[in-house]
Structure formats: structure tokens, C-alpha cells
Design a protein around this ligand. Sequence first.
Ligand code: ADP
Ligand code: UDP
Length: 236
Amino acid sequence: MAYTKLNQLYEGKAKKVFETCDEGLVIVSYKDDATAFNGEKKGTIAGKGVVNNVMSDILFQLLEKEGVPTHFVEQLSDTDTLVKKVTILPLEVIIRNISAGSFAKRYGVAEGIVFDEPTLEFSYKEDALGDPLINDDHAFALKLATREQIAQVKEYAHKVNDVLKAFFLEKDLKLVDFKIEFGLFNGKVILADEISPDTCRLWDVNTNEKMDKDRFRRDLGGVEETYQKVLGRVKS
Ligand code: ADP
Ligand code: UDP
């Protein structure tokens, strides 16, 4: 059955979401638009939509095979994927293996400290508040998720980290940290949104070169080429 885009339900910073003829399925369409610092910095990364779509689909299929349920249904084109329509839990789930970014800034430590165990943190997904850091009790108090859902999210997030850390290492990339989102589909928690250089920090194993959106955030140059290189490694 051929699915086509009907009404646009939502346009976000990096993707558009469209209805389909099936009310349980939506089409996610990835854009080249890039933002950072809660939308303060804006730009375009040519080819990013394709990279993030194709890479997310490869990783979601791998995770599904490894026992993490995901929203992935079918890739429709270079930029578009058919996914299960979920109710997103308004929690950004961040796992870190190595200090970087806001962790290094918040706690006044250098980037590059390898943790003995991964850390997991939640941000409240609310742009108007700047996605503030929250803990499990806060998420529960704010009724963002039930205790059971929070426990399930944490279990899946650690599994995602185990699978992806090993996968990226085979591609000579260190998985420094990443953000994922979960949603409810038929009452069950499943992995949704994307996993891409926009949402992960990836450092070259040999040179520690940054191969992710930090090239855009920090004006390091070679942004487009880096996204293409990462996709090349992921596909290899
Ligand atoms: P943002 O909303 O932060 O600007 P995007 O541009 O990536 O982000 O927009 C995509 C939106 O679609 C996000 O808000 C994300 O939570 C949501 N989303 C991701 N996967 C699904 C899904 N399977 N069903 C419904 N919504 C989804
Ligand atoms: N991240 C993301 N979206 C966000 C915030 C963070 O995808 O809104 C990702 C980011 O790319 C990095 C990880 O989550 O891989 C940890 O980000 P951090 O908290 O260090 O924040 P940042 O430095 O991006 O402000």
C-alpha cells in the first residue's frame, strides 16, 4: 500500500509531521533546517534531512532487532519515513558516556572524562521553559509519565546505549552522549523521534574529532561533509 502525505499536523525545528490515510500512522519528513541553543542560532545544513532520515531508520531497525520497540514502519524516500503515531512523553532522555556539552558546563568539568557507568538524565520537553533538567520525582509530580512508564523508559534508554555504543565503535566512533524521546502507542512505551548527528555526540575514535552537530553549534566548519561522513560510516 502506498502511503502519501495528507494534512500537515506539525512543523518542528527539524522535521514536519503529516497525517496519512491510516490514523495510527504518520509520515515524518526531515528538513535541512538546523537550530541550536533553544532556537537562538539558526541555519541550514545541506543534505542533513537525508542523513538524519536514513541514519535514524538504520538505527531504529537495529534497535528493534535488539528488543527495543520503535515507531519505525517503512522508509518512503530519502527524507520521509512512515512511523507509528505516538503520544510523545514530554521527556528528553539523555544518556552520557563521556562528559561534554551542558554536563561539562553545569558541573565545571572538562569535556572528555570517560564515566565508569553511563549517566541518565531527563529534561522536561518544553521549549518555552528551555527544556529544564528534572528528576524522576519531578516528572511523576508533573504527571508527565507514570512510575511504570518512567522505569520502562530508563530500561530501554540503557539498552539503546548498550546497542549503539557497540555499533558506533565498529564504525570508529565514540558515542559520547545522546538524546532520545519515547511515546505511547496502544498504551505501550516505544522509542520515537530520531537518532542522528543532531541528537548524538560522536567523536572519531582515533582523533577525537567532533562528528556531530557541535560543528554547527560551535562554528567548527565542515558541517555538511561531517554529516555525510557519519552516514557513510553508519552504512558501511
Ligand atoms: P521540535 O518539536 O523539537 O522542533 P522536530 O522538528 O524534530 O522537533 O519535530 C518533530 C516532532 O515530532 C517532535 O516534537 C517529536 O517529539 C514528534 N514526534 C517524533 N516522533 C513521533 C511519532 N512517532 N509520532 C508523533 N510525534 C512524533
Ligand atoms: N540534545 C538534543 N536536543 C536537545 C538537547 C540535547 O538532541 O534539545 C542532545 C545533544 O545533541 C547531545 C545530548 O543531547 O548529544 C546532550 O546534550 P547537552 O545536554 O550536553 O546539551 P547541549 O550541549 O546540546 O546544550
